[in-house]
Design a binder for this molecule. Structure first.
Ligand SMILES: *Cc1c(COP(=O)(O)O)cnc(C)c1O
Length: 238
């Protein structure tokens, strides 16, 4: 049997994923174009990413600074996001090169993003990461601390808060995730309604390959898909 190439795998997956996103959007009373598909491109070669971009992918997200910096010069024009845990000492390497940082998981990190942004005379757009399952091994603010974190970060010069991001616990049954997505939906609605000064909240980034349809049905405006688009990764890199 001939092995399928990465490009063939992508082409087949992408067609199906677009249909599934559209169906989930319609099911929840929204339009397919209200959902942004972000391709999570960790471990994917730049040439495959460029094929994806030529095929219609408009947003990509990397989750390691080193990997981002090594691939970024080769990317065709695309919206570049950072979606992984960001160490404070690496902020200066990516600031201004990515359009949105999904993973602001502490005030300490937010302060460094603010500082580096001011230095460069730019405003960095960020999402506040919520540890929605209260897991010890995950980064982010607790759901209870979310509103305060958003207002504290929104006050920092050089930063614009655009919304929330979450990676719910790995659940055995896809249905179990819904309760975490529901918590996020409620938080997002509450925080948007508070009209926090200096924030412009319209992005709810949640849903990955195994659960993006539930996430969309619970109000996600952006889903981050890796495996579902590019196939299984060669090595684990979470
Ligand atoms: C890898 C990754 C994804 C995509 O995961 P898949 O299960 O492969 O779709 C989404 N978000 C973040 C933060 C990631 O690191």
């Amino acid at each position: 049997m001939m092995e399928r190439s990465s490009v063939e795998i992508f082409d087949e997956n992408y067609r199906q994923i677009k249909e599934r996103i559209s169906a989930a959007a319609v099911k929840s009373g929204r339009k397919p174009q209200d959902i942004t598909l972000l391709a999570a491109t960790k471990t994917v070669d730049a040439d495959v990413i460029n094929h994806a971009i030529k095929s219609g992918i408009e947003y990509i997200g990397e989750n390691r600074v080193q990997e981002f910096l090594s691939k970024e010069p080769y990317y065709l024009p695309v919206h570049k996001h950072f979606i992984g845990h960001l160490q404070t000492n690496k902020v200066k390497d990516i600031i201004g090169k990515v359009e949105l940082i999904h993973s602001v998981d502490s005030l300490h990190l937010a302060r460094e993003i603010a500082k580096q942004s001011i230095k460069r005379g730019i405003t960095s757009k960020v999402l506040v990461e919520i540890n929605v399952g209260g897991e010890d091994n995950k980064y982010g603010f607790s759901p209870e601390a979310a509103a305060q974190a958003v207002s504290d970060i929104a006050l920092m010069q050089g930063i614009c808060v655009r919304g929330l991001m979450a990676i719910p616990p790995v659940c055995e049954a896809p249905q179990e995730n819904i309760k975490f997505f529901e918590i996020m939906r409620k938080l997002f609605i509450d925080i948007t309604a508070q009209k926090i000064d200096n924030s412009n909240i319209d992005i709810l980034s949640m849903g990955m390959s195994d659960d993006f349809e539930s996430a969309i049905e619970c109000g996600a405006t952006m889903v981050r898909l890796g495996t579902a688009l590019f196939g299984k990764r060669n090595y684990t890199n979470k």
